[in-house]
Design a protein around this ligand. Structure first.
Ligand code: SF4
Length: 446
């Protein structure tokens, strides 16, 4: 059987990264008695799909992708947002291609990105009229690195098959991979109705929700089979079956993963806004990744008014990094604070250090290999401060209420200095800079 279950003895323990590296979550330390995680989690084997230079599946690290929310017909705004998402760490960026005006601008968007030195592969999201747009706008079909096709939104009856076939033929003609992206909000109604009717005739009919879950999987797998019959190679196909409920998503993907070896795109659709969207996405995607399921992820957060679209990329990075699957940026451990920290100073320091390492990362990344794996700790008092700080590469233990106004700093587990006075934050940043230069300068990129 190709599927390597993540429920091995090795995978039983929580990743140590979960303990103590999420800013503001905990000062817990992984006890020696707890099972330590494997160096890498077992992964489901999948057929690798090249999207431009990026490999999805086939043993590659889990790829982060995101989607713009600009009007694609506005080439300037869309290119700007694609660039922002890519600069934040999105390795693939999807844009909606919903109108002729949008399709006409796709090649312009890609040219603008290239001119700015941004080489991120751009994916086109098609619904209803994709067959017409890919046919009528060859520049668009050629410029995109991948097409997303929703089999529930390609037409009805015989037209559905013809229009789906047209899109697949365009993918073959331009040698582009395709994601067959099924979504329960736009599930193929003919397929669902037929399966519901068949279910009603059973002596032991299934729950309607289970029939819908099965219809999602059948829609994805039968569409992939059809695409292969038309001539699209297996290594040009990625599948997704998105729903908006955590338990349902986990159940659907477990089943989908067990039935095929296509590369899988994970995402909780319509995850929502703010902490709800982050928590729901993390719960669903984290469990699947722990079981080795998923080759690329997208976190579908609804931005708050005026909110930053790049947040979905940061959340995706933090999920992968806190699970120990990939490293992107040094993470800051910070205690949650309590009655022992009546001032906000340590919160401000934790926040400023997290912001500092994030802003420094584009510079550090160019100069130093491995700097993204550095760990920092900013702790609020003497109770757990020194202990937690010793576990980080660099840690600082700030004085709690009533403690002597001094802040011991630990490097590689040893106390190296004690900071005092009004410029503790500035001094600590200088120490971080010196540590990065000293430890990672030997890993300078050519
Ligand atoms: S201030 Fe001290 S006791 Fe309170 S959460 Fe932070 S480390 Fe723990």
């Amino acid at each position: 059987m190709f599927f390597l279950s993540g429920r091995s003895d090795d995978g039983a323990g929580l990743p140590s990264a979960v303990y103590g590296i999420l800013a503001g979550t905990t000062h817990a330390v992984l006890p020696d008695s707890m099972p330590h995680p494997p160096a890498s989690l077992p992964r489901r084997k999948s057929v690798g799909v090249k999207v431009g230079p990026i490999l999805i599946g086939g043993g590659a690290p889990v790829v982060i992708q995101s989607m713009t929310n600009t009007d694609t017909a506005d080439a300037d705004a869309t290119a700007r947002q694609v660039q922002q998402l890519a600069a934040t760490g999105s390795e693939l960026v999807r844009v909606t291609v919903n109108t002729e005006e949008a399709a006409a601008q796709v090649a312009r968007i890609c040219e603008k990105l290239e001119a700015r030195g941004c080489h991120v592969p751009v994916i086109g999201d098609f619904h209803y009229n994709g067959h017409k747009l890919l046919t009528g706008y060859p520049e668009c079909a050629g410029a995109l690195a991948k097409y997303r096709i929703n089999p529930g939104n390609v037409g009805f009856g015989r037209k559905k098959d013809m229009q789906f076939a047209t899109m697949i033929e365009k993918a073959i003609e331009y040698d582009k991979p395709v994601r067959i992206g099924v979504n329960w909000g736009s599930l193929d109604q003919e397929l669902l109705t037929g399966m519901m009717d068949d279910n009603a005739k059973r002596t032991d009919p299934l729950d309607a929700d289970d029939v819908m879950a099965e219809a999602l999987i059948v829609s994805a797998l039968s569409s992939a089979k059809r695409a292969e019959e038309i001539g699209l190679p297996r290594d040009h196909i990625v599948l997704s079956c998105k729903v908006s409920g955590v338990q349902k998503l986990i159940a659907v993907y477990r089943e989908l993963a067990a039935r095929c070896d296509y590369a899988l795109h994970l995402g909780l659709t319509e995850a929502g806004m703010g902490s709800k969207g982050i928590v729901a996405s993390t719960a669903a995607i984290g469990i699947l990744l722990q079981e080795g399921i998923g080759d690329t992820i997208r976190i579908s957060l609804t931005p708050e008014p005026g909110g930053d679209r790049t947040r979905e990329v940061i959340v995706a990075q933090e999920i992968l990094q806190t699970m120990g699957l990939r490293s992107f940026t040094p993470l800051v451990t910070a205690c949650p604070g309590c009655g022992r920290t009546t001032s906000t100073f340590f919160q401000e320091l934790a926040d400023s250090i997290q912001a500092y390492v994030r802003t420094q990362m584009p510079i550090w990344r160019e100069k130093y290999d491995g700097v993204e794996e550095m760990t920092l700790a900013v702790m609020g008092c003497v109770v757990n401060g020194p202990g937690e700080s010793k576990h980080a590469d660099i840690g600082i233990s700030l004085p709690g209420t009533g403690e002597t106004p001094s802040a011991p700093v630990f490097i590689d587990g040893k106390k190296v200095t004690t900071l005092r006075g009004d410029n503790i934050a500035g001094e600590f940043r200088r120490i971080v800079d010196e540590y990065v230069e000293k430890r990672f300068s030997g890993n300078r990129r050519p």
